[in-house]
Ligand binder design. Sequence first.
Ligand code: UDX
Ligand code: ADP
Length: 459
Amino acid sequence: MKISKICCIGAGYVGGPTMAVIAKMNPNIQVTIVDINEDRIAAWNDEDLSNLPIYEPGLAEIVKETRGKNLHFTTEINKAIDESEMIFISVNTPTKTYGKGKGMAADLKYVELCARNIAEVATTDKIVVEKSTLPVRTAKAIKSILHNTGSGVKFDILSNPEFLAEGTAIEDLLSPDRVLIGGESEEAIEALANIYGSWVSQDQILRTNVWSSELSKLTANAFLAQRISSINAISELCEKTEANVSEVAKAIGMDSRIGPKFLNASIGFGGSCFQKDILNLVYIARSYGLNEVADYWEQVITLNDHQKRRFSDNLISTLYNTVSGKKIAMLGWAFKKDTNDTRESAAIYVADHLLNEQANIAVYDPKVPSKKVYGDLDYLATRSEDENKELVETFDNPYDAIKDAHAVAIMTEWDEFKTYDWKKVYDLMKKPAFIFDGRNILNKDEMAEIGFEYSSIGK
Ligand code: UDX
Ligand code: ADP
């Protein structure tokens, strides 16, 4: 079966880059991305590519090349659904904030709405592809909704989890380690494998059953997050001893069974996936009565929360046990470099701890707009929006954020931070001038020579 028209529901961090790359690599397929958010679609259609809603290296170039040719952005959801042979569901699946499974289970209301939407408007057979990260057995729920429409339309459901990491999404999509397709219908699987086959070799395209595919996504993220919590646990031990976590990471990473990646000790992992997926895994395990399994994975989150808390506690105790009324400059708000995404960013939680101690926070991030910073803090609802406005200020220029600060806290590993004139930073700050390097990106000896009181993670 040859696909000529694709629709993707959800123009976010997954749907946007994935469809842009599919469109680029398949000029003969028309790809339409739809979203209920009109502002988001307008931003995707903006003439000025610096206004795209998502910052991702290499993305704007691909959008420029394909938009209006075979890549389209629209809010006309029903029309796009009905016209396409294959529909990707790429809507968000945040952790539930209410009811049963609150704070643990994935909220599937957006996915269910999509399935209902497809069921309502489809008049021809469709292949429906789950792209959002979903709890195992979601395909079953989607199938049940789609198959009970009575319209006589045939739906094949595939699970095709996304393994791209933000900040390197285009690279990851263009040269994936593997593509995973789970499903029942061989014809549907091959239709999707053909689309990826335009640029991915067939032996890298794994075909599995739906449940294996869904569970693989959660497991991959749980393993990756576990590595970070493991090295972060060792970082605390390093701080108490004479060991240096970077040296330990290098030494263990050279064991080919362990490997060198994902061993950077940090302020703690953030992002839309790791915490959500582990919570999901824990919830599923518990719902099957597998308490030891659930406890095991839950510890990865516990350690991550501890790492964030430890960073702010250390900052406060180093600043003579009080940050009240002191200006703390936070460099970086995104959960990692090269993205404007801030979901679950460690910076939010560290700022929140410091605000509880009445610190004044000055934020600079090269890609995150001011309204997102306030939005993230307001969403926590720890204090009123007015209080957040009063205690937090955002800046377009790092040196303005740093001026008269008692401490600089590096929250994101943006490359530009390494190139700052740190002597100038020192001169601008109150003395003694402290740096808390949550990403271990600066050189300890150089900073000490300038005069900073410098501390990093695990050293
Ligand atoms: C992750 C998975 O990597 C990706 O395969 C999946 O599809 C989605 O979830 P993402 O969350 O975009 O991707 O970014 P990732 O690079 O995995 O980083 C997650 C967090 O871990 C970031 O906060 C990052 O700073 C942190 N991290 C990563 C560390 O603290 N240390 C490391 O060594 C690596
Ligand atoms: P992700 O990182 O998973 O891509 P995002 O939040 O960036 O998550 O993107 C998900 C997108 O899905 C949002 O732009 C949201 O407006 C859109 N969305 C959610 N529900 C629906 C729906 N029922 N129909 C169309 N779009 C939807």
